[in-house]
Design a binder for this molecule. Sequence first.
Ligand code: COI
Length: 365
Amino acid sequence: MSFQNETKISVTLTQNPRPKPADASLSFGKVMTDHMFIMNYTEGKGWHDPRVVPYAPLEMDPATQVLHYGQAVFDGLKAFRGKDGKIRLFRAQRHAERLNKSCKALCIPEMDVDLIRRSFEAIVEADNEWVPHTQGTSLYIRPTVIATDVMLGVHPSHTYTYFVICSPVGAYYKEGVKPVRILVSDNHVRAVQGGLGEAKTAANYAASLSAQQEAQAAGYTQVLWLDGVERKYIDEVGTMNIMMRIGDEVITPPLAGTILDGVTRNSTLQLMRDWGLKVSERRISIDEVMEAGRKGTLLEMWGTGTAAVVSPVGELGYKGEKLIIGNGQTGELTQKLYDAIVAIQYGQSNDAHGWTSEVKVPVSA
Ligand code: COI
């Protein structure tokens, strides 16, 4: 069952708007806006009742499926306010398509992609005053689908709720881009082929927590994940995709079933190809990386993700060895990628690939 373009989204605005935080006080995901988008699924009826309503808690029976078996997917994208006053979404279509792919992986009925996009626009329109003004800040949009059957049997739910909430956020790092220390995990794995690694589902983040805690206890910020079979090939870093420059080649692991098809991954690969760089999506072993580090040919390494855009890796810890990358400083290409993506997001450079879309906001009287 699919919705047509003209499916009406009903809008009920809050009578009690809350005070908005100052841009300078924003961190990541702590404050929510005044509204949320909701739509329900019932077997036989399909997705129905798309609506924008005042932000409120969801009431749930303790036996609700998602609380027990984690049939849940989400995504994350951002809206930016440019100096020209326009509000732009970054790659809304790709995020909408990815949400549907995640739904498919978790046996959740897919939604109409156009309606998903319109849900992003509708919530940003309702909460447009919550899009912060300062460069480096944005409105983070979190679409989520949860299984809502009340039952303890293990099978796909027959009912679901799709909701979209928003949070005004600051720069992931106040300094913009700042190198982090990363511990290569050889005792925990994030995902295996045939599993859920390429879906954006709650389970993958739950699976990352104990390794992250261990890394932090050892003085590192995050974990570098190796493949779940040989514990040899690089998969991801923390909650981000990973890239590195060895000599004149930029390398990132291929989309082969265990890693997320990151939107920032895709965008940075495209930019580097536009710039004529040699970019390889190929398997790369931790041994090859360590060897390149020792020889001095590992020039830069960085993670890519919506939250931080790019995050340089300044140090790798592996089996007791410490590898300092690029003198622990942000690399030239890492910085160039960050600057290029951010300029497109804020409408400050030519959006050659049509990645941004404007959200029209009613002019207030
Ligand atoms: C991102 O880098 O955007 C992420 O996926 C992190 C998010 C789960 C907070």
